[in-house]
Each structure stands twice: as C-alpha cells, then as structure tokens.
Design a protein around this ligand. Structure first.
Ligand code: NDP
Ligand code: HSE
Length: 436
C-alpha cells in the first residue's frame, strides 16, 4: 500500500517531538498502522531556525496553502497553538476533506463544537488525544476503554506547571513567584504562564474531559476557574499540619441537580494516591459505575510524551482511512444526536468541605464570634488551628476546617467573618476534596 502523506502545522516543542517519534519508530508504527506514514511538508514561521530535529529545508514552508491545498496530503497535524490561525487552518483542512490531529486544548475547548460539526459534515476525523494530560491516553481510555460505564466523575491534576509550582512550595518552602520563575526556566510553562497559573489551561482540559465523560457539548464558559496565583507557602504548610496536600484540581462530577464543572486549588488527604502526584506529572481519576475508581498517571507535557499521544492519533486515523464515517468512534464519545443538555451547576450550589484561614486579633471572644457566625449558618467545624503570634504581631493566624456545605453558605460566612472588627484582611478559602 502507498504511504499516507502527512502535513505538519508547527515545528516547535510538540512538532519536533512528533517528527522525532515518527522517524525513530517508523517501522514499528507502520507495522501497527498497516501503512508507512510520510511527512511531506512542515509549516513554521522561521524555516531558517536551527531545530533539535533537523529536517530538509525543501520540506519546510511558511505558506499554509502548500499543505492545505495539496490534494495528496490526507492528514494534517496542527501543533501551532492558540486560536487563530489554527482554527482557520483546521477548518480549511476539513473543508478540503483532510483528517486532522491536534494537540490544541485551547482551540478544542472553545471551538470544538464548531470544528466537530464541520468534520462530521465532511466525513473526516479530528483527533485530539494530546490536548489533555499530554502523554496519558486519557481520551481513549474514557471514550473507548470505559465506554460501558456511566461515568460519575472525573478529577485530575492536569496542569503540570501548577503542580510543579505547588510541589516546590511544599518541598522547598518557595513562594509562588520564585517557583513560577523556576518552572519557566525549565520550559514547563506555556508561552503565556497566565494560562497555566490562573487555571485556564486546566479548565480547557476539564471542559474536554467532561464532554467525553458525560456526553455533553463542550462548555468552557460554564467552568468555574480559580488558579494558584494567590496561594502562599503558609497555606501549604498549614494544610500539611492538618494532614493534607494542596493540589490544583479540575473536577467534573455528575449530581442529581446538575454537573459540577470546576477548577481550583484543593486540600487532598495525604493518604490519597493522587496527593502524591508531584512535579510536572499529571494524574486523572475516573469514577465509573461499573469499574469503580481508576487512576491514570503520567507526564502531562514535554516534546516526546505529547508526541506519543499525537502519533497514536495519527496511527488511529490511518487505521480508519478505509472505514465509513458512520462506523468511526464519535469525536465526543457519544453519538452527536445523543448529546445531553443537562445543566451545569452554579458554583454557589456546589457542596464542598473547606479550609479557611484568617488573621485575627489575639483577644477574648474573637474565636467565639467566628464560630457563632458559622453556627448561625448551619456550618459545622471539623478542626480549628490557632498559631502563636509572631513577635510583635497584633494578629494570629486562625485556620478552620469546615464540613461539607453549599458554597453559597461559605461565601456568606466569609463575608460576615471578614466584617468582624477583629479580623484583618481577607480570608483565604481552599476547598477540600477527600475522594471518599
Ligand atoms: P511551540 O511554541 O513550541 O511551537 C509552535 C510552532 O508553531 C512553532 O514551530 C512555530 O513556528 C509554529 N507557528 C506558530 N504560529 C505560526 C503561524 N502563524 N504560522 C506558522 N507557524 C506558526 O508550541 P508547542 O509545541 O509547545 O505547543 C503546540 C501545541 O501543543 C499547543 O496547542 C499546546 O497547547 C499543545 N501542547 C503542548 C504541550 C507541551 O508540552 N509543549 C503539551 C500538550 C499540548 P516557529 O518554530 O518558526 O516559531
Ligand atoms: N503548560 C501545560 C502544563 C503543558 O503545564 O501542563 C501541557 O498541556
């Protein structure tokens, strides 16, 4: 059989890794795919730039039409990043009847519904395994391996940069800014670290996971998002004293009144396996009614781990080239006419346990005022920690762990406690996830 001709859009970290893996494992890959896979053109902005993986100059181009208008190219792999021009190029490739593989979580989370509709209309595949948790084959696991389950929830550490920063803060007592600078030096953070540390990147990934887990459309704008920028190493140390680790989590959970879709830092009991996922590693916990709780762990970023997912998608597409479109695995796991439109829960209705930290004046009655507010709102306290004041300080840190309660009640408690004259500044709130 003739080789399948592939065009790559992007020759950066992931593009370079993909070229490397496809070249190094060409024979093994051909044995799996049933065909040779040939890279015929690569789009870059700077073809003259020296690359970790050298490639013949004649096959590099700055003109996307050399790939998108080439009728001999059956498969386009998008590894540019960002929304435009990636979105337009993918839509052009689909219109031209080409299959698409992409690593672009931002694009899939925000424009996936449009892209999949276009792909269905044209009968082509758009594969996106690398968009979530880098090298972990989590899309395939949920979409195919767990297809017999009613998925009850998905929760994960899906941003390696945030996880690296939190690990540095815990292990070395580093403050956020220093740990971020280190993550940037090591090349973990996105070009704009705002996406990593403010939870946007994790929310993109969670949006995709929720869609394939529950059979709902991609709804990035409905996701509650909080990042790790405001965390202080003191919170991580207090959490540790209480037997918890702080992790940045994406959580999608199906409840009686709707679907929770939220990304925020959370305290996790130290004994949970997911609490030990450190550094840039990712982990995704999937809870299915038949299988129970499953945990997928691995590298969530980097050239070759991400290329591992991209190349798996390329092989999948090559294998399905001769399959009629209606027999292929649906893009979002469920048949397109069977997607549900169940409500996404307002964050105020979500119930979680919480860690609250405030600075309180060290005088009689302050703690009593705080606990009275909680009692009035029907909020039960699980633990209280009051630290001795530092020399010369007028306030002491007070840490409260409260039992599971509606977020709206906690918001009201925070408002009332912050209004007490003896409380200085804002209350730090971190949610607790026990995974019981
Ligand atoms: P890089 O910035 O390293 O690479 C981007 C590549 O695209 C570069 O080769 C760049 O060209 C090229 N490019 C960008 N814009 C244009 C344009 N307008 N025209 C032509 N070429 C262009 O990004 P990554 O490889 O890190 O990321 C690629 C995608 O993979 C993103 O969507 C990212 O979110 C996703 N991803 C990345 C992971 C990672 O670990 N890095 C992990 C999982 C997903 P030039 O080289 O000439 O500048
Ligand atoms: N910047 C991302 C992360 C890369 O830190 O997880 C992988 O998507």
């Amino acid at each position: 059989m003739t080789a399948v001709r592939v065009g790559l859009l992007g020759f950066g970290v992931v593009g370079g890794g993909t070229v490397s893996v496809l070249s190094r494992n060409a024979q093994e890959i051909a044995r799996r795919a049933g065909r040779q896979i040939e890279i015929v053109k690569i789009l870059t902005r700077h073809p003259e730039k020296s690359r970790l993986v050298p490639w013949p100059a004649a096959q590099l181009t700055t003109d996307p039409s050399e790939i998108l208008n080439d009728t001999s190219i059956q498969l386009v792999v998008e590894m540019l990043g960002g929304i435009e021009p990636a979105r337009s190029y993918i839509l052009r490739a689909i219109e031209a009847g080409k299959h698409v593989v992409t690593a672009n979580k931002a694009l899939i989370a925000t424009h996936g519904n449009e892209i999949f509709a276009a792909a269905r209309a044209r009968g082509v595949v758009v594969a996106f395994e690398a968009a979530v948790a880098g090298g972990i084959p989590i899309i395939k696991a949920i979409r195919e391996g767990l297809a017999g389950n009613r998925i009850r929830g998905v929760a994960g550490i899906v941003n390696g940069t945030s996880n690296y920063i939190l690990t540095q803060m815990r292990e070395c007592g580093a403050e956020f800014g220093d740990a971020l600078a280190q993550a940037q030096r090591l090349g973990y953070a996105e070009a704009d670290p705002h996406f990593d540390v403010d939870g946007i990147d994790a929310a993109h990934k969670l949006t995709i996971l929720a869609a394939i887990a529950f059979g709902i459309p991609l709804q990035f704008s409905e996701t509650y998002i909080e990042g790790i920028r405001d965390l202080e190493s003191a919170d991580i140390a207090y959490a540790r004293e209480l037997g918890y680790r702080v992790k940045h989590l994406g959580i999608a959970r199906r409840g009686a009144s709707g679907i929770e879709l939220r990304v925020h830092p959370a305290l996790i009991p130290e004994k949970r396996i997911i609490a030990s996922v450190d550094g840039v590693m990712n982990a995704v916990l999937v809870d299915g009614d038949a299988v129970g709780s499953t945990l997928f762990y691995g590298p969530g970023a980097g050239a070759e781990p991400t290329a591992s997912a991209v190349v798996a998608d390329i092989i999948d597409v090559v294998r399905t080239l001769t399959t009629d479109p209606q027999w292929r695995v649906p893009h979002l796991a469920f048949q397109p006419d069977a997607l549900s439109d169940g409500p996404i829960l307002d964050m105020g209705e979500v119930k979680t346990a919480c860690y609250l930290r405030c600075e309180a004046e060290d005088r009689p009655g302050v703690l009593a005022d705080m606990t009275r507010i909680l009692a009035d709102l029907g909020i039960s306290i699980e633990a209280i920690l009051q630290k001795v004041p530092e020399a010369g300080a007028h306030t002491v840190p007070v840490i409260l762990l409260i039992h599971k309660v509606r977020e709206a009640q906690v918001n009201e408690a925070i408002r009332r406690i912050e209004a007490l004259p003896a409380i200085a500044g804002k209350i730090r709130r971190l949610r607790v996830e026990t995974f019981d």
